[in-house]
Design a protein around this ligand. Structure first.
Ligand SMILES: [Zn+2]
Length: 313
C-alpha cells in the first residue's frame, strides 16, 4: 500500500475560530464528519499577519494529519466583518492591527483555497442552527466576556447594511449600570461573564472572578450568587422576548461560557417569559447551545462550503 499518496486524501473543509486568546480549527470531510481539531494561542498583540500565519499553520497541520485535501476554509472572527471582502471593519483594542486587515484575502493566499469570513457570533448561530436542523427563523445570543447576538430570518443571516445587525448585548433598559461600551443599562451589564462577576462583587463585597466562579457558589446555595444569575437570566429572557416580538422569532439559542450554567439562568428566563412573553401568544423557546466550543468553527464551515459550491459552479 502506498501511503500519503494524493489519492489517499479525501476532500474537505476547514473551520477556524479566531478569538482574542486562542485560535481553534476543525477539519471536516464532505460528509461533515470532524477529522481533526486543534488549538493554538492567538498572537493578537502581534498584528493581523501574525494571526493569519498562526491560523494557516494550524489548519495546514490538521489537514495533513487528517489526510484531507482542502477545498475551502471558513473563519469566524471577533469584530465587525465586511462579509463581501472578508476584511475586518472594526475590532476591539485587544486586537492589534486587526481593524482593516484583509483576513479573507490573506488566509486565502496562504491556504490556496477560497476563504469566507464571518463574524464569530454569526458563525456560532450558523453552526447551532445547522446542528438543530433549523432552516427558518432563530435568534442567537452569545454570553461570553461580552454579549453578542445574531439573527437568521428565512434561513439567511441578517447581517445588516453595515454588518452590525443583531447586537443585542448593547440594547438598553436592563439596569442603571455602565456598560463596557460606555453607555448605560445595556443587557451586557447583567448577562456577560465579566458582569456576573462584577455584580456578585457589588452584592457580596467579594471578588471571586467571573461567571464560572459565581456559578460554583450559586450551586452551593449562595443567595447573592443565585440572585446575580437570576437577574442575568431575567434580562436575557426579556431581550429574547423583545427580539421575538419585533421579528416574530419562535426560538432563541444561547451559547457562550455563561450558558454552561443553564440551570442557574433558567429560573430568571422563565420569570421573564411569564411577565414579558411576546404578545402574539406564540410560544418563544429559549434553548441552550449544543455544540460547545465547536460551534463557531462549524458555522464558519457552513459559509466555506457555500463558497466552494459557488466556485465549482
Ligand atoms: Zn453596551
Amino acid at each position: 500500500m502506498t501511503q500519503h499518496h494524493e489519492t489517499d486524501t479525501t476532500p474537505g473543509h476547514a473551520g477556524i475560530d479566531i478569538g482574542g486568546t486562542k485560535i481553534a480549527a476543525l477539519i471536516v470531510d464532505e460528509s461533515g464528519a470532524i477529522r481533526a481539531r486543534g488549538t493554538v494561542p492567538a498572537p493578537a498583540r502581534e498584528g493581523g499577519s501574525a494571526m493569519a500565519d498562526a491560523a494557516a499553520r494550524l489548519v495546514e497541520g490538521l489537514a495533513r494529519e487528517a489526510a484531507v485535501r482542502l477545498r475551502s476554509a471558513g473563519v469566524g472572527a471577533a469584530g465587525v466583518i465586511d462579509h463581501q471582502t472578508g476584511s475586518i471593519r472594526a475590532a476591539s483594542a485587544t486586537f492589534v492591527d486587526w481593524a482593516g486587515f484583509p483576513l479573507g484575502h490573506e488566509l486565502s493566499a496562504r491556504l490556496e483555497v477560497p476563504v469566507g469570513v464571518e463574524n464569530d457570533v454569526n458563525a456560532f448561530l450558523l453552526g447551532e442552527a445547522a446542528a438543530a436542523g433549523i432552516r427558518d427563523d432563530v435568534l442567537g445570543v452569545m454570553l461570553g466576556t461580552g454579549v453578542g447576538g445574531a439573527v437568521i430570518i428565512d434561513g439567511e443571516l441578517r447581517r445588516g447594511p453595515h454588518g452590525a445587525a443583531g447586537e443585542i448585548g448593547h440594547t438598553p433598559g436592563y439596569s442603571d449600570l455602565v456598560c463596557t461600551c460606555g453607555q448605560i443599562g445595556h443587557l451586557e451589564t447583567l448577562a456577560s461573564g465579566t458582569s456576573i462577576g462584577l455584580r456578585y462583587a457589588e452584592r457580596s463585597g467579594r471578588h471571586v472572578g467571573g461567571s464560572r466562579e459565581v456559578a460554583v457558589l450559586a450551586r452551593e446555595g449562595d443567595a447573592d450568587a443565585c440572585a446575580v444569575f437570576h437577574a442575568a437570566g431575567r434580562a436575557l429572557g426579556r431581550a429574547c422576548a423583545s427580539a421575538a416580538t419585533l421579528l416574530d422569532l419562535p426560538r432563541a439559542i444561547v451559547g457562550g461560557g455563561v450558558a454552561h450554567a443553564w440551570e442557574l439562568l433558567r429560573p430568571g428566563i422563565d420569570d421573564a417569559l411569564r411577565t414579558d412573553a411576546p404578545v402574539s401568544g406564540i410560544p418563544l423557546h429559549i434553548l441552550p447551545a449544543r455544540l460547545g466550543g465547536d460551534a463557531v468553527a462549524l458555522g464558519a464551515i457552513e459559509t466555506a462550503r457555500s463558497l466552494a459550491l459557488a466556485a465549482a459552479s
